[in-house]
Ligand binder design. Structure first.
Ligand SMILES: *Cc1c(COP(=O)(O)O)cnc(C)c1O
Length: 412
């Protein structure tokens, strides 16, 4: 039995077609794109083509695409670059409580530099309502950043409505679309965004390459200084093979996207319904319908997420968890807490993210082994014991075991 990879929100496999396009740019076409000779010109042409491919994937113009070292770097340039650029106008920025750390920690950095940051709350499904933005936005708000789709619970945000509110109030709108691009159709004009981040390794391209869309006319300050590459916004000799890989992956991912997404969503629903049916005291996190086609996130009460991951791994199934331990902190995922889960329930969460290569057989296999694993782990849980005891003696309010909440963490 081959290992089953269901952690595609963390990263994806590079498609062989993408790798094949990249390889010549390490050896044959190795010139510096800034050189005037034929070697350089060929490399420059490859970058131009990739810029067109990325632009086309999101409905933008090639001149609006800046290549970056990662999705994280794109988020940093967008937020810090726009905040600094507009600081004379105001020092208030708005983001959401469930952003990826690439945005959240960047906002915290700006707060330390004297910016005022508002973190919009989300509802129980993880949705940022336009009304909350409307009431938080101020005269001195310069940048609003809300992710297109969440990496943990898959919830898709009403970006068009949110961006419209920002526009009405004269603030720039950025969206971290790293999970969305290549998973759902994304068009910058339909969304009305000023800035958008994407990353190749989330849609079967290589790790360590991303892009920032900056709408024509939108200016942000550079964070790094050097040559004039990427119009000086992201200096440094271009990573030609990876840029080529990003372009190719963007084209491949968006080709026939609707059909691919429908197929993946059907498997996702089979997985979600199957788990909820077979595992008692389990719940789905994130919106049932407004979610990424490849995302399932389930909390299984009285089971510790880390143990679940390790046991699944031994059974050849790669998953992820919102439990705290892998991050080295004691708090569970900020996203799961923001949608209102208790620490205990958040600790028992499991994220299974599919790709267009996931098969029905793989989903069947997970549905076969997961319920047994959950049941086995539950039997070892003191919380489960307490719960059953309390269930049988529901008038027993003397909870002498309430201090037994610590979880066993395997730090890595
Ligand atoms: C993966 C991810 C990032 C970071 O992208 P990198 O290219 O890995 O730096 C940012 N935001 C979201 C939503 C992501 O899923």
């Amino acid at each position: 039995m081959n290992a089953i990879y269901l952690d595609n929100a963390a990263t994806t496999k590079v498609k062989p077609e993408v790798l094949a396009k990249m390889l010549p740019y390490f050896t044959d076409v190795f010139g510096n794109p800034g050189s005037v000779h034929a070697f350089g010109r060929s490399a420059k042409l490859a970058i131009d083509k990739a810029r067109e491919q990325v632009a086309k994937a999101i409905g933008a113009n090639a001149s609006e695409i800046t290549f970056t070292a990662s999705g994280t770097e794109a988020d940093n340039i967008a937020l810090i670059g726009a905040a600094i650029r507009n600081q004379k106008k105001g020092k208030h920025i708005i983001t959401s409580a469930i952003e990826h750390h690439a945005v959240l920690h960047t906002a915290e950095h700006l707060a330390k530099q004297g910016f005022d940051v508002t973190y919009l709350p989300v509802d129980a499904d993880g949705i940022v309502s336009p009304e909350t933005l409307e009431s938080a936005i101020r005269e001195d708000t310069t940048v609003v950043s809300v992710m297109a789709a969440n990496n943990e619970i898959g919830t898709i945000q009403p970006i068009r409505e949110l961006a419209e509110i920002a526009r009405k109030h004269g603030a720039l709108f950025h969206t971290d679309a790293v999970q969305a691009v290549g998973s759902i159709p994304i068009n910058v004009h339909e969304l009305g965004v000023d800035m958008l981040s994407l990353s190749a390794h989330k849609f079967h391209g290589p790790k360590g390459i991303g892009a920032l869309y900056l709408k024509k006319g939108v200016r942000v300050d550079a964070l790094e200084f050097g040559g004039s590459q990427e119009r000086g916004l992201r200096p440094g000799t271009e990573n030609v093979p990876y840029i080529v890989g990003l372009g190719e992956a963007a084209e491949l991912a968006t080709r026939g996207l609707q059909e691919k997404a429908e197929r993946v969503a059907r498997l996702r629903d089979k997985l979600i319904d199957g788990i909820l049916e077979r595992v008692p005291y389990s719940r789905l996190n994130g919106h049932r319908m407004r979610r990424l086609p490849n995302n399932s996130n389930i909390s299984i009460r009285f089971v510790e997420g880390e143990s679940l991951l390790l046991t699944l791994d031994m059974a050849g199934i790669a998953a992820s968890s919102g439990s705290a331990c892998t991050s080295g902190s004691l708090d569970p995922s900020h996203v799961l807490l923001a949608i209102g889960l208790t620490h205990e329930i958040a600790h028992g969460s499991l994220r299974l993210t599919l790709s267009d290569e996931t098969t029905e057989e793989e989903i069947d296999r997970v549905l076969e082994v997961l319920p047994n694993i959950a049941q086995r782990l539950r039997k070892m849980s003191p919380l489960w014991e307490d719960f059953q005891f309390r269930d049988k003696n529901s008038d027993n309010s003397n909870d002498k075991n309430s201090g037994r909440k610590e979880q066993l963490c395997t730090l890595n």
